[in-house]
Design a binder for this molecule. Structure first.
Ligand SMILES: Nc1ncnc2c1ncn2[C@@H]1O[C@H](COP(=O)(O)OP(=O)(O)OP(=O)(O)O)[C@@H](O)[C@H]1O
Ligand SMILES: [Mg+2]
Length: 262
C-alpha cells in the first residue's frame, strides 16, 4: 500500500501587492508539497525564498497586502481553504499547529503562561483542571524547561526569549496534532537547548506526527529530515529523500546550497 500524505499542498500561489508602481512579489509560486505521518519534511532555501509565507498560507494567515491566488491545502483529506472560520478553529491546534518564526505573534503578553497553555488544551477537549495542569507541566519538561511551576505562573515578559520560544513550542504540541509546522524553531536557542528541541521533534515523529521543519541549517536537516524540499524564488526547485538531496542533488541551486556547507 502506498503511503498517504496527511498534509498536501497543491499548486499554491501567493503574491504581495505593495504600493502602486512597485512590482508584485510572487512569494509563493506554484508550490506543491506532501508531508507524511512519522516523517520530518524539511523546507530549505535562502532568506526570502518563500518558506514562511508557504507555512503561513496553510493557516490562511496572509498580510493585507498579500493574496492567496491559487492552490489547495489538504489536511486529512479536506481542503482547508474551503473551510469556514469556525471549522478552521477546530482544526488549528488539534490537527495542525505551527511554531512561528516570529515569536512575538504567538504568546499573549498580558496572560500568564498557565492560562495560555490550558486554553490551548480546552479549545479542543474537556479535561479536569488537575489533568490540564499535569499536561502543562509535562509538556514544559519535554521542551527542556525546569522550574515548571514558576514558569506556569509567569507572564511572557518575565521569561527570557529562549524560554518564551520553548513555551511556544510547548503550546504547539500540547494537543498532540497530526501535523506540526516548525518555522526555524531553534534559531534563537543555544546549542544544547537546540539539541533538546530537535530530539523532541524526532520523538514526535517517532510517535507518528508529520513534522514540517523549516530551517536554514543544513546540518540539522542532514541529521533529522526524511524528505527535503528546496525552495528558491518562491518555487520548489527540487525535492527528494534526504539522501537524494545531499548525495545526488540534481538542480544547480541545490548543488550550490550543498557546496556552501562542504
Ligand atoms: N507581509 C509581507 N509584505 C510584503 N512582502 C512580503 C511579506 N511577507 C513576506 N514577503 C516577501 O515574500 C517573500 C518570501 O518571504 P518569506 O518570509 O516566506 O521568506 P523565507 O524563505 O521565510 O525567508 P527567511 O529564511 O528569511 O525566513 C520575500 O520576498 C518577502 O520579502
Ligand atoms: Mg521565514
Amino acid at each position: 500500500m502506498s503511503k498517504q500524505a496527511v498534509l498536501s499542498i497543491k499548486n499554491l500561489k501567493t503574491s504581495f501587492y505593495p504600493n502602486k508602481g512597485q512590482t508584485v512579489i510572487k512569494a509563493v509560486d506554484d508550490v506543491s508539497l506532501d508531508a507524511y505521518p512519522g516523517e520530518i519534511t524539511a523546507i530549505v532555501g535562502q532568506s526570502g525564498s518563500g518558506k514562511s509565507v508557504t507555512a503561513l498560507c496553510v493557516f490562511n494567515i496572509v498580510d493585507t497586502s498579500g493574496r492567496i491566488e491559487a492552490g489547495e491545502v489538504f489536511l486529512n483529506g479536506r481542503d482547508l481553504r474551503k473551510l469556514g472560520d469556525r471549522a478552521l478553529r477546530n482544526v488549528h491546534g488539534k490537527e495542525i499547529s505551527m511554531i512561528f518564526q516570529d515569536p512575538t505573534s504567538a504568546l499573549n503578553p498580558s496572560i500568564r503562561i498557565k492560562k495560555q497553555l490550558i486554553e490551548a488544551i480546552t479549545a479542543h477537549e474537556r479535561i479536569s483542571k488537575n489533568m490540564a495542569m499535569k499536561r502543562c507541566e509535562d509538556v514544559l519538561v519535554r521542551v527542556g524547561l525546569k522550574n515548571t511551576k514558576k514558569i506556569l505562573n509567569s507572564y511572557p515578559f518575565e521569561l527570557s526569549g529562549g524560554m518564551c520560544q520553548r513555551v511556544m513550542i510547548a503550546m504547539a504540541i500540547i494537543s498532540n496534532p497530526n501535523v506540526l509546522i516548525a518555522d526555524e524553531p531553534t534559531t534563537a536557542l543555544d546549542l544544547t537547548v537546540q539539541r533538546g528541541i530537535l530530539e523532541e521533534l524526532l520523538a514526535l515523529r517517532d510517535k507518528g506526527m508529520a513534522v514540517v521543519l523549516i530551517t536554514h541549517d543544513l546540518g540539522v536537516v542532514a541529521q533529522t529530515a526524511d524528505q527535503v524540499y528546496v525552495m528558491n524564488n518562491g518555487k520548489i526547485v527540487e525535492n527528494g529523500t534526504v539522501y537524494d538531496i545531499f548525495e545526488k542533488p540534481q538542480h544547480k541551486y541545490t548543488k550550490e546550497l550543498m557546496n556552501a556547507i562542504t
